[in-house]
Design a protein around this ligand. Structure first.
Ligand SMILES: [Zn+2]
Length: 273
């Protein structure tokens, strides 16, 4: 009997050592709110929404099951062409964090593989020297201003910039503010507007919305995932800045494209374990 207990204990310890996170199944109690549940487990409300995309964040039902990862983190599914380096950049973190969280020894990953990304170290490479941080790590595929529309082929005004990135790439709040819109909008697909006071930022074509109307989000917080919803020719983020309700060129508020990811020695030391 003692041997059996010992064997079970060893298996349990090995399992704990191999999996760097576990999923808790929480059953909503009458009167629970998303924010309270998130607080009590030390995760962000965005994380709970990311793991449980089909819930209505403002009207949780008693008895409803929620998946909650401990520690706080989300899953990224590897796409063709991804490397650990590009994935680390898309989360504004470092490769070591991802390797450690997934017990990867080498650097081989494969499409479809699910990686756990602990949110604690996400964002250590944000460049926060301008008004806004880059909401997504990617290249500008279509600039702000007049252009021939890629779908309608008509001369039209592009109200934001398009940032190309694979489906599922995290989108971060470009600045702190209150979520004013989170839902479907014709043309934009899944769409978010954040109100920052004098100006607003808007995010279109998302595959997933991880925030709800009225939620206060801090700069760099996860708000959703890149997708291809609405009128769109491929996965990208349509990003707008509306200064006093006028469309303005987001580029003027962002660090230069070459400096969207900045990792100082000090930050690397803080982020690396
Ligand atoms: Zn666009």
């Amino acid at each position: 009997m003692k041997k059996l207990i010992l064997a079970v204990l060893i298996v349990a310890l090995t399992f704990t050592a191999l999996s760097e996170y576990f999923l808790l199944h929480y059953y909503v109690k009458f009167g629970d709110t998303l924010i309270e549940i998130a607080d009590s487990f030390g995760v962000s409300p965005s994380t709970i929404l990311d793991w449980n995309p089909n819930i209505d964040p403002r009207y949780l039902k008693a008895g409803q099951e929620l998946l909650i990862p401990i520690p706080d983190g989300i899953i990224y599914e590897v796409k063709k062409g991804d490397t650990l380096d590009t994935i680390a950049k898309r989360f504004f973190t470092v490769v070591d964090v991802i390797k450690e969280a997934n017990n990867l020894i080498g650097s081989i990953i494969f499409p479809g593989q699910k990686l756990f990304i602990p949110l604690e170290a996400v964002g250590i490479a944000f460049n926060d020297t301008k008004t806004l941080i880059w909401p997504v790590y990617g290249e500008i595929s279509s600039p702000f201003g007049w252009r021939i529309h890629p779908i309608t082929k008509r001369w039209s005004f592009h109200t934001g910039i398009d940032i190309a990135a694979p489906e599922g790439t995290p989108i971060f709040a470009a600045d702190s503010g209150v979520v004013e819109y989170a839902g479907w909008k014709s043309g934009y697909g899944n769409f978010i507007i954040i109100n920052h006071g004098l100006y607003k930022t808007a995010y279109g074509h998302l595959s997933k919305i991880d925030v709800f109307v009225g939620q206060y989000v801090t700069r760099g917080e996860l708000i959703g995932r890149v997708g291809n919803t609405g009128i769109s020719t491929g996965p990208h983020l349509h990003f707008e800045v509306r200064y006093r309700n006028r469309y303005t060129n987001p580029v003027t508020y962002l660090p230069s494209p070459a400096k969207k990811y900045v990792l100082s020695v000090e930050r690397r030391w803080m982020g690396g374990k």
